[in-house]
Design a protein around this ligand. Structure first.
Ligand code: FES
Length: 100
């Protein structure tokens, strides 16, 4: 059970998923850059990821910070900010698509 980051044909598997770690931190754990320039403080809006439709119920609710950075049509298709999005429990499997 782990977080798998996907870009095109490439995949990176964290080997673990933890409720207390946001998805930016999961990517950092395996040294995978996902665009953060603010260090995970919800300021830059550059750590965009997309959660697969079938996995959207496995992550934390959309935050006010995400609503400020992302358009409603982006939120509707599962685009999130990695620093604002957490697995909803330990040990789940999650597919996360890298944007850009
Ligand atoms: S890392 Fe900057 S908004 Fe998430």
């Amino acid at each position: 059970m782990s977080v798998v980051f996907i870009r095109g044909q490439e995949q990176w598997d964290t080997g673990i998923s933890m409720q207390g770690l946001n998805l930016l931190a999961h990517a950092q754990m395996i040294e995978l850059p996902i665009g953060s320039t603010c260090g995970g403080h919800g300021k830059c809006g550059k750590d965009r990821i997309r959660i697969s439709l079938e996995d959207q119920h496995k992550v934390s609710p959309i935050t006010a910070i995400e609503k400020a950075h992302l358009k409603p049509d982006e939120l509707a298709v599962g685009v999130r900010l990695g620093c604002q999005c957490f697995p909803d429990s330990d040990g789940i499997s999650l597919q996360v698509f890298l944007q850009g």
